[in-house]
Design a protein around this ligand. Structure first.
Ligand code: 3HC
Length: 692
């Protein structure tokens, strides 16, 4: 079967693009379209051409997998678009599913666009660190106006066809069968001359103020990123220059953006996110349990946040607490969160009530007997969790999934107190659980395939990115963050100020550095763990500088004082008391402070993550390096345009990473050392293992 099928309905030639799953503009598509256009050009009985997607969608974009191919091997989207723009007979793009990126650019070069009302049209290139590279930056402003085009190109968010019709982006909505409607439309416009060409139109609304505001806005929304600035420059060209100039500039800037580490990082995360959903040995036909109702134990911050995920997608939740007071407090927090969303206009009060009506509070654990999944979200204490699971074992119906939201504890040990360890799994949500997209899915030794497959599907249903990890202290994310925290503390002992370490991470694009994060999480948590561990090991009482801060009663943001001061309750301000404490501490310990450069701080902090990540990968706790990146981007705010810590290390070169680790007194993990010696990358390691 050809990638572009030709068929005829009398005087209309139909070109159907068949490149599953999403009809990406890949190898074979331009050839097929050109062949079709050749036929249409040479046959006088053909009066118009309809271009349509076979299967579930119109063209969802250029084929991202071809971006790293040599230029001559990349499918010639621009050439095809250019030919369509000049074509002498009417061309009609018939859109269903998604017309994204190169797909919308193809449609914009046609004479007309028709679509089913729920089709989605957009230019999401910015999300891949590139820009519309086949005329989109020049044509979209000429159709929908500069302001709207900027919004669409900078957010990457598509619009539904019915809205697109109001914007003039779609010429006609088709209510019934798309092809029938498109052919009829094509016939009605077969004799239209001159043909409408977007490239000949003017872009409206491009005042200097609009561009100045757009550039200023980028500081907030896309700080440090390359392609959004290019998009604004190109939209300005669309408004002020002849089409050809903008078209040429677009080609140049597209290549520059595409070849940047930022675009490689974003493309890496695009595929990594999809890859994370694939579990070796877990077939697509693995039976799943139907999740109709959920139970949650604990109505604290985590429990309430977790409940919201289920309520948002219409799954009723029964939430259990030990006291009426705790239950009331938990429910009022959930309600307040929803009401705040409603105040911002992102949901109606009816939506709030509909969600709250799905939430049943109870003090009786027996009320969970009919739940299809039960998630325990109480505080981190093994004895308490074991007690809950022992009781759940006697209450839950057979086949119910029993999940723990533990962030560090041994899920095997928790499962061992039940008579059905195959039903037990870890579902580690990240705070705030109703916002953060990551879900670490902790597979214990005896977790069944069904429970795993159901949990993966559930993650998608509640709009999380699920990543499967193995059992170990802290799993993937927190285990790495512990090492990062240790390194941050060391940097300060050696002479850096806490705000220097945090600034190094801001410079990399993280919203928070290690110490701002610790203050937010509460310094007492780590303090208690360190004290407990020392006691168990019979070691002396820990006396690090951070321990001393906690002993001053400064526990972080919640006490308005931690490593930083919080005069307004939220914004960290460097604290004089911390400077004094550090200077006394260093004196007592005989530490001579030295200057730590930002480069050193960045390398030591990020490479501590990478080194632990390599060890985790080697132990099989994470399945792929790219899974670790997904965890850091979706759970810890690592900027997606850096691709996650492992991809960042690949970009630096693993030899350099290993050498720097040694230079700064850390021992490279065996896997990292080996890959560095063999001149490999984490990406190549992932690829080899997938093939193997
Ligand atoms: N190129 C290559 N592969 C693509 C692709 C693309 N543009 N879009 C999707 N795929 C692949 C996915 O990797 C996935 O592969 P897998 O099954 O092997 O994992 C498969 O298609 C299905 O994708 P999803 O799992 O994401 O399917 P959904 O139904 O959930 O979503 C979608 C479909 C909305 C189209 C979503 O895939 C998407 O957003 N794709 C990216 C769209 C995009 O960014 N287009 C612009 C590309 S850049 C461009 O066009 C440059 C031009 O201006 C020059």
């Amino acid at each position: 079967m050809s990638i572009v099928e030709q068929s005829r309905q009398d005087d209309v030639l139909i070109l159907t693009i068949q490149n599953p799953p999403v009809n990406a503009f890949g190898v074979g598509v331009p050839e097929g379209l050109h062949a079709g256009l050749d036929v249409a050009a040479s046959d006088d009985s053909i009066r118009a051409v309809v271009i349509i997607g076979g299967g579930r969608t119109f063209v969802a974009g250029a084929d991202i997998r071809t971006f790293d191919l040599p230029r001559e091997q990349t499918p010639d989207l621009r050439g095809t678009v250019d030919r369509l723009d000049r074509f002498e007979k009417p061309t009609v793009a018939a859109i269903h599913g998604t017309a994204l990126g190169g797909g919308l650019e193809l449609a914009l070069a046609c004479s007309y666009r028709v679509a089913v009302p729920d089709a989605q049209l957009g230019l999401p290139e910015v999300k891949l660190g590139v820009l519309p590279g086949a005329g989109g930056t020049q044509r979209l402003p000429r159709v929908v106006g500069v302001q709207r085009a900027l919004e669409m190109m900078l957010s990457g968010t598509p619009v539904r066809a019915d809205e697109a019709a109001q914007l003039g982006l779609v010429d006609q909505l088709v209510q019934g069968d798309l092809l029938t409607g498109a052919v009829q439309f094509a016939r009605e416009h077969a004799d239209a001359r001159p043909l409408p060409r977007v490239s000949e139109r003017q872009a409206e609304g491009g005042s200097p103020e609009v561009f100045a505001a757009a550039r200023a806005g980028l500081q907030k929304t896309h700080r440090g990123q390359l392609s959004p600035g290019f998009i604004v420059d190109l939209a300005e060209m669309a408004a002020t220059q002849p089409f050809e100039q903008g078209w040429d500039a677009e080609a140049r800037l597209f290549m520059q953006a595409k070849d940047s580490p930022q675009s490689r990082g974003l493309r890496h995360i695009f595929f990594a996110e999809r890859e994370a959903g694939k579990i070796p040995g877990l077939g697509k036909d693995t039976p799943q349990t139907e999740i109709r109702t959920a139970g949650i134990i604990g109505a604290g911050t985590m429990g309430g946040g977790i409940a919201m995920n289920f309520l948002n997608v219409g799954i009723p939740v029964t939430i259990v607490e030990t006291s009426q007071e705790a239950l009331d407090r938990g429910l009022s927090v959930v309600r307040r969160n929803y009401e705040n969303t409603a105040k911002k206009g992102r949901m109606t009060m009816e939506d709030v009530e509909r969600r709250m009506a799905l939430l049943t509070p109870t003090l009786n654990m027996e009320d969970l007997k009919d739940a299809d999944i039960i998630i325990e979200a109480v505080f981190e204490n093994m004895d308490v969790k074991k007690d809950i699971f022992t009781r759940l074992d006697g209450i839950a119906k057979p086949g119910a999934i029993l999940a723990t939201n533990t962030s560090t504890l041994d899920v095997n040990e928790i499962a061992s107190v039940t008579s059905r360890p195959e039903s037990v799994i870890g579902l580690h949500f990240f705070s705030p659980a109703n916002v953060m997209r990551l879900l670490e899915i902790v597979r214990a030794d005896k977790t069944s395939q069904t429970v795993l497959a159901t949990s993966m599907a559930l993650a998608r249903r509640i709009k999380k990115v699920g990543v499967v990890v193995g059992v170990c202290d802290g799993f993937v994310g927190n285990r790495m963050v512990h090492r990062y925290g240790d390194e941050a503390r060391k940097l300060v002992e050696e002479g850096a100020r806490p705000q220097d370490a945090d600034a190094a991470m801001h410079a990399l694009g993280l919203p928070m550095g290690p110490f701002e994060m610790s203050d937010m999480a509460g310094l007492d948590v780590g303090y208690l763990i360190r004290q407990h561990q020392a006691k168990v090991a019979g070691a002396p009482k820990p006396d690090g500088w951070l321990d001393r801060i906690v002993e001053q009663g400064r526990k972080g943001q919640k006490t308005q004082a931690g490593i930083y001061d919080y005069p307004d309750g939220r914004k960290p301000v460097p604290a004089a008391s911390t400077d004094e404490l550090l200077s006394t501490y260093r004196q007592e310990k005989g530490l001579t402070p030295r200057e730590v450069t930002q480069e050193e701080a960045t390398k030591r902090l990020v490479y501590s993550l990478v080194n632990e990540g390599a060890q985790i990968l080697d132990e099989g706790i994470a399945q792929r390096a790219s899974d670790i990146d997904v965890i850091y981007v979706y759970g810890y705010g690592f900027p997606a345009y850096r691709g996650g810590p492992m991809q960042y290390a690949d970009e630096q070169g693993l030899q350099n990473v290993a050498a720097d680790l040694e230079r700064y007194g850390q021992t490279p993990a065996p896997l990292l050392k080996r890959l560095a010696e063999e001149g490999k990358t984490f990406s190549s390691y992932d690829r080899e293992r997938t093939r193997g």
